[in-house]
Design a protein around this ligand. Structure first.
Ligand code: G3P
Ligand code: MG
Length: 243
């Protein structure tokens, strides 16, 4: 296997339970707990800007309405992405990808960028996020790890910026996942923790791929996976698991 520069522990959606997910406030909170690696969800506005959001619609985690793919970035940047979480985070903006990149580079933090396209936007999002990531991390020692559940998005990222590392996300071990990971020339496979065990970790390592899991919030599960040789653990529980 190639050298692996990323820390074992990654804070999920920034550190998006104790602070509003996928906001700069969440990253700051995670860094305060000692986290030096983060996962976040990135999609595209109508005008092709990359920004952070998990859902296909704005309602749950912002003051906006409807699909973000039908709105321009300037409008999205004015939304409140913190008040839904708790009053202390009122006014927290919905961040552009570039703002999160600046935070990570300034604080020497690793980033796992989950490419999370709105429906029908897979290839456009994969290519645009990869190009933007390559620009934002130009000359960096630790490039962001691009991941996605959508092979089409990863294929577009691969075509746009082949040198950026990629990871295939798997919620289940669907038929053909290994061939897909091979075609995408991934460096890592990131599964739901329920799919992961020592045999799968060994199988991934034998292929030269790192083994990562999401979203582990239980200490017994984390201990077992660490003993089995896991390479990365994405967690919400930044106050309980201290890197
Ligand atoms: O990247 C792993 C994890 O974030 C995938 O699940 O739904 O939280 O984006 P989700
Ligand atoms: Mg995610």
């Amino acid at each position: 296997m190639k050298p692996w520069p990323y820390p074992l522990w990654l804070a999920h959606r920034g550190a998006g339970k104790l602070a509003p997910e996928n906001t700069l406030a969440a990253f700051r909170l995670g860094a305060g707990f000692g986290y030096r690696a983060f996962e976040c969800d990135v999609k595209l506005s109508r005008d092709g800007e990359a920004f952070l959001l998990h859902d296909d619609t704005l309602e749950r985690t912002s003051s906006g309405r409807g699909s973000p793919a039908e709105q321009d970035c300037a409008g999205l940047a004015r939304l409140d992405a913190g008040a839904w979480h708790s009053p202390a985070f009122t006014g927290e903006p919905l961040p552009r990808f570039a703002q999160i990149a600046a935070f990570c580079r300034a604080n020497n933090c690793a980033l796992n960028v989950e490419i999370k396209p709105c429906p029908g936007e897979e290839a456009r999002t994969g290519a645009a996020v990869a190009r933007e990531a390559a620009r934002l991390w130009a000359g960096a020692d630790m490039p962001p790890l691009l991941s996605s559940f959508q092979p089409e998005a990863l294929a577009a990222a691969q075509a746009a910026e082949p040198a950026l590392p990629r990871g295939l996300l798997l919620d289940t071990l669907w038929d053909g996942w290994e061939d897909t990971a091979t075609a995408l020339a991934v460096v890592a496979v990131i599964t739901n923790w329920r799919c992961m065990n020592r045999a799968l970790i060994e199988r991934l390592h034998a292929r030269g791929w790192r083994a990562l899991v999401y979203t582990v919030n239980d200490a017994d599960v984390a201990e077992r996976l660490i003993a089995d040789g896991i390479d990365g653990i994405i967690t919400d529980a930044v106050d309980r698991f201290r890197p």
